[in-house]
Ligand binder design. Structure first.
Ligand code: NAD
Length: 482
């Protein structure tokens, strides 16, 4: 594959230093291509281009920008298979998942914001003989920093509302997954989006991400990634009073109440646990089960998990591919070992040594879906984010205890409750300290709804009006007739 290049001011170019890094297919360990190892100088060039393009882009009408989003959606939709192939190659995720989730949602993000924007009207308030108009202007140049687990899905979730609201962009994808961000840049270039409106700078977080957060001309930062990085981003951006949206890590609870129809929900529970090898920030990694049904649940769950097809991501039938890298595999395995040290019992799965995946490259970062039981709900394995195909099972005696267990973590991104009684599920959900709770479903997303976490899972919300609010500045204009 051709080397990936930065996209700055409408041209593809290497890092100013000429340095590169390699992107690797985690399912085979093979180098795919090289990527610019950029630095602050490249971010400065991209920001200068974005700043120069901002007045003209911001002056376009909302309708013109909506039409741009539609054009981008159409172009990505026409190339959906390429997007899925690139995403699967770069992440090791199954091609079927990349088609169904990554490629489809990247199109849907642009389409959604276009449609949603058309439905909006200017907010007004009338009082004391005057009319207040809530006027929205672009923020200016915005910085978008994204992780590796859902590369184009999450980047497009930021690019679409940022463009819609009239901003120009300096974006940085994860150094582990640059391919689809590059594909987006090529698509925008082919569509002749004006130079400087969208700029893409590749490289490592402390070099490129940090330079984006520090740059005084970048007025808003939308960051999705780990909590530790989010703290650095927040500490850097806060004294500059930048607008900041932080979508961070999670340790989500899946709560199975005693009346849950186990046979009907098992597929949903396996999906909530192991989609994308458990590398979705919303995956439920702690399953809390009413003690009265615990044994039955554990047996059914383990047999459903063992039925998953794990292996070569290029095959249509594969349901779970590799994890993102050998390093990440080692991190996940260290948690499996920690879980055993903390007194856990392995119900299925294990490390690549104890439970190897058959028929895959020995250089690939593969792990079997792993279920640990018998752990105290407050131990490290059960409270720290692993972000891999590992879940822990815990029994609770009553709902009070279930609520306490669910909330016993520093995170608060998402959760799910499974019950035959939706009113009971709804009531339980309100007691969970998280930004999102699903009742009898998981990752069921209406893009108009607020998305984001509480506690150490983040600050702010994305989605519909929340994204449009983040990517704009508001001026209240109060008009009274003379
Ligand atoms: P990460 O924090 O290591 O990296 C995220 C991005 O930040 C990457 O592009 C990285 O290069 C960049 N970065 C690193 N250091 C930086 C710095 N000092 N300044 C600015 N940018 C910097 O996260 P990751 O390992 O890529 O992704 C996994 C994490 O992301 C998990 O914790 C997961 O829960 C989280 N995540 C959260 C959501 C959500 O919506 N809440 C969604 C997906 C992933």
């Amino acid at each position: 594959m051709e080397p990936v290049l930065n996209y700055i001011n409408g041209t593809f170019q290497p890092a100013a230093s000429g340095h590169t890094l390699e992107t690797v297919n985690p399912a085979t360990g093979q180098v795919i291509t090289t990527v610019p190892r950029s630095a602050a100088r490249d971010v400065a060039d991209a920001t200068q281009a974005a700043k120069a393009a901002a007045p003209a882009w911001g002056a376009r009408t909302m309708e013109e920008r909506i039409e741009w989003l539609e054009r981008i959606a159409d172009a990505l939709e026409a190339e959906a298979e390429t997007v899925a192939q690139l995403e699967s190659l770069d992440t090791g995720k199954p091609i079927a998942l990349a088609r169904r989730v990554d490629a489809a949602r990247s199109v849907a993000n642009f389409r959604f914001f276009a449609t949603y924007a058309r439905e909006q009207t200017v907010q007004t308030f009338t009082a004391h003989g005057a009319i207040n108009h809530v006027h929205r202007s672009p923020v200016g140049v915005v910085g978008l920093i994204t992780p590796w687990n859902l590369p184009l899905y999450l980047l497009s979730w930021k690019v679409a509302p940022a463009l819609l609201m009239g901003n120009t962009i300096v974006a940085k994808p994860s150094e582990l997954t640059p391919l689809t961000a590059d594909f987006l840049a090529k698509t925008l270039d082919r569509l002749e989006l004006p130079p400087g409106v969208f700029n893409l700078v590749h490289g490592y977080g402390p070099d490129v991400g940090q330079a984006i957060v520090e740059h005084p001309d970048i007025r808003a930062i939308s960051f999705t990634g780990g909590t530790a990085t989010g703290k650095i981003v927040a500490a850097t951006a806060a004294p500059m009073f930048k607008k900041l949206s932080l979508e961070l890590g999670g340790k989500n609870a899946t709560v199975v109440l005693d009346d849950a129809p186990l046979d009907d929900i098992m597929d949903g529970l396996v999906r909530a646990s192991f989609t994308n090898s458990g590398q979705v920030c919303l995956c439920g990694s702690r399953i809390l089960v009413d003690a009265s049904i615990y044994e039955t649940f554990a047996t059914k769950f383990v047999s459903a998990v063992e039925a998953l097809t794990v292996g070569d991501p290029t095959l249509d039938e594969t349901q779970m591919g590799s994890v993102i890298s050998k390093d990440h595999q080692a991190k996940v395995e260290s948690y499996i070992r920690l879980g055993l040290e903390e007194g856990g019992v392995l119900l299925t799965g294990g490390t690549s040594e104890t439970a190897p995946v058959d028929g895959v490259s020995t250089e690939g970062a593969f792990l079997r879906p792993t279920v640990l039981a018998n752990l105290d709900a407050s131990c490290r394995t059960a409270t720290e984010e692993i972000f891999g195909p590992v879940v822990t099972l815990h029994a609770f005696a009553n709902e009070e205890e279930a609520v306490a267990m669910a909330n016993n973590t520093e995170y608060g991104l998402a959760g799910s409750v499974w019950t035959a009684d939706t009113a009971r599920g709804h009531a339980f959900a309100q007691r969970m300290e998280t930004g999102i709770v699903w009742v009898n479903t998981w990752l069921n997303r209406d893009l108009r709804t607020p998305f984001g976490g509480v506690k150490q899972s983040g600050v702010g919300r994305e989605g519909g009006a929340w994204s449009m609010g983040f990517f704009s500045e508001i001026t209240n204009i109060c008009v009274q007739q003379p």
